[in-house]
Design a binder for this molecule. Sequence first.
Ligand SMILES: [Zn+2]
Length: 100
Amino acid sequence: MSREILPQPGMEIIEMDVRYCDVCGNHSGWVIEDHNGGVEVSCRCDLDYYLKEGKPLPNPGMICPDGTLWWRPISDHKAADGRSWHTPYFGGPGLHPHKK
Ligand SMILES: [Zn+2]
């Protein structure tokens, strides 16, 4: 799927490698963001894996449920003004559930 991936306003994406996941229908991969460095983009499968293994979720982390990059809810990131922001659990869209 070659849909364009768009950042949220305020994100400064330098480089990215984000691919569509056929299993859950979200995108996953990584980006390099100007203020936060390398950031993992997690699809539903990735997040399920962390939860199942009892591992901490990537922080900061991004999700890409709809071709748009979002800061993953309940993660922290630095903004262009150097301040730290916490994304609340309602601060973005949820990920699509698995297709199957
Ligand atoms: Zn997936």
